[in-house]
Unconditional design. Structure first.
Length: 264
């Protein structure tokens, strides 16, 4: 795959799963899997930028991840801080803009400082947007949005009957970036895990058994090729396909006879 096709995802979101499992299968501590996963982040970010993806959102640390053992959380924050510092040259070279969504205030001060610095340094880049979901949860995002709307109602800035989907979207962490076209999950689990619940309502899903530390360009290309074969209908149907389906549903016996050549 060398260039964007008409059926090419503008926004890709990834649930980077399987780091701990990958490490444990190799007799290593779980944090070694997270460390190895940084190489995949670098490779996939670089390839998405090269192919022309407009936005890449990575589920880096969820609100539920705070429940993990303290030593693991501490090490994850160290990896994150190091990533934000060491990847600045890579981000600049690929003209990537960095942003973050989630309850950023929950992160350690040192991580917030380096995050803000990397965002500032990359703000004028004109390439792909790389969004890190940090201390993020889809339900948490919706709760925070509802609270903001409730405050607007209480203050009189909006009335309840004026609330619609656009109102809710405006209160999300990043209301301006278009929704993901493709959601990739590694390590084979078939669930969303509280990731972009509002935004992924119509995203195409792609699940691979490959754990995140081994997810590289070839796996990304396979996901894109799968996406290119999808028919995105957003709840509607194509007339030609709807006719065949409708006939099969409304006249199943007649359709079966025709298929067998017993009725013209």
């Amino acid at each position: 795959m060398t260039e964007a096709s008409p059926a090419f995802p503008a926004h890709v979101a990834i649930i980077m799963d399987g780091n701990g499992r990958w490490a444990e299968e190799r007799g290593m501590v779980r944090t070694k899997g997270h460390e190895a996963g940084v190489d995949s982040v670098r490779a996939i970010t670089r390839e998405c930028a090269r192919l022309g993806v407009q936005s890449l959102t990575l589920y880096a640390f969820s609100v539920e991840n705070w429940k993990r053992p303290r030593t693991e959380v501490t090490q994850l924050m160290r990896y994150l801080q190091r990533f934000l510092i060491e990847e600045r040259a890579e981000i600049e070279q690929n003209r990537v803009r960095l942003s973050a969504i989630g309850r950023i205030a929950d992160l350690p001060r040192s991580v917030r400082r380096e995050l803000a610095r990397t965002q500032e340094l990359s703000a004028k880049n004109d390439g792909m947007l790389l969004r890190l979901a940090l201390s993020y949860g889809g339900r948490t995002e919706l709760v925070d949005a509802v609270r903001r709307i409730a405050e607007d109602v209480r203050s009189g800035r909006i009335t309840p009957e004026k609330i619609n989907e656009a109102t809710i979207r405006e209160m999300l962490y990043d209301p301006h970036t278009p929704d993901p076209d493709l959601l990739i999950r590694t390590a084979g689990e078939m669930r969303l895990s509280n990731f972009l619940l509002w935004q992924c309502s119509y995203s195409e899903l792609y699940v691979t058994e490959v754990c995140w530390p081994e997810f590289r360009e070839s796996e990304l290309h396979a996901a894109f090729e799968s996406y290119s074969r999808r028919v995105r209908k957003f709840g509607a149907v194509k007339p030609s396909r709807a006719l065949g389906l409708g006939e099969a549903l409304l006249h199943p016996l007649r359709a079966a006879r025709r298929a067998l050549g017993g009725e013209s």
